[in-house]
Design a protein around this ligand. Sequence first.
Ligand SMILES: *Cc1c(COP(=O)(O)O)cnc(C)c1O
Length: 416
Amino acid sequence: MNKLKTIIDFIRSTFQEPTKFIPLHDPRFIGNEVKYMQECIESNFVSSVGEFVGRFEKMCTEYTGAQYAVAAMNGTSALHIALQLSGVQRDDEVITQALTFIATANAISYTGAYPVFLDVDKETMGLSPSAVEAWLAENVEMREMPTANSQQLTANSQQPTANSQRPMANGQQPFNKHTHRRISACVPMHTFGHPVKTDKLLEVLNHYNIPLIEDAAESIGSYYKGKHTGNFGKFGILSFNGNKIITTGGGGMILTDDEGLAKLAKHITTQAKVPHPWEYRHDMTGYNYRLTNIAAALGCAQMEKLDYLLQLKRDLADKYKEFFKDTEFKFFTEPENCKSNYWLNAIITKDRAQRDEILEFTNSRGVMTRPIWELMTRLPMFANCQTDSLENSKWLADRVVNLPSSAIVQGYRKNL
Ligand SMILES: *Cc1c(COP(=O)(O)O)cnc(C)c1O
């Protein structure tokens, strides 16, 4: 128990919080949040119209390097739309990792596609390119698809089409030779802000003509080989939920380099209304997935402080790293070729029993810690999905403990 007491003492002294509850992650409002939200109220633009949405989108393109960014009401809806606009259709299969937050799998389910849950790498906790490669080699056959009558979307497409199919030039598409379903996307997730081995994954997916869609919900401010996560495939998505590094209360962002798809994403997230001075005309099944102007105002203020908050989070991770160096626990550090945002700090314990011992000890003493998510394949709605050995996923699920990770801003809300 003594070593666990030392951990608590370290966390409490680092957060300068001798007695009160220490959460896993909470937001920091240290800039223009109130000012911008007040501007919304005073201008009366609080909802679907207003300047902050466009400003927030622009800030996200500038920050991430994506050509286009389309705001959505949360990360889950952003991912749903990204999948749909990538051409994922009912009864397709979509590859993702078993070790992820439920939102990744739920978004796949919304499209009517079947998720396939593969293993992660131990060094990244994200989707393993070699697991994907092995599974594809065993299950895929390429089939020639007629391209003539398939709906090709172009940048200048005047007729937005839901569920657009975007076959590659040669018309070869990957099918699962056992289920006979088309494999229409792959969704890796950058766990806790640590990027997956993106180069290798892209190489594998390109070989099979499978579009990449990054669930970068946790990885704003994280880079793989100098490029911001969410920028490597057809789409990436970000989340601005209350527990992420910066927040809009609830919010998400769709990132893409494709102008036509960006326009379509804006259209479909705003009820697919055809622009007209007064008529209500809608040309496809749209969604009310837009972000409100109030939320976007909060987002603009938060973006202004992102770099500062990222630095504070790195400082905290460095302290944890130093502390755990002399213990039996392994502090999880950014993978090779990556710059991570250290959204949630994590340690690896010896086994599940030790993991549970730490969770019990810390949570009963006002220091919030959490295990990693239950594997998707262990949840009732995904129990029958295709999967592989999940060796690393199971190993990590037994051992990971997340530690308090909020940015430490001196004197912040001490009176709360
Ligand atoms: C936060 C998160 C999302 C999106 O969550 P929202 O609450 O809908 O913004 C999606 N995937 C992962 C892995 C996440 O952590």
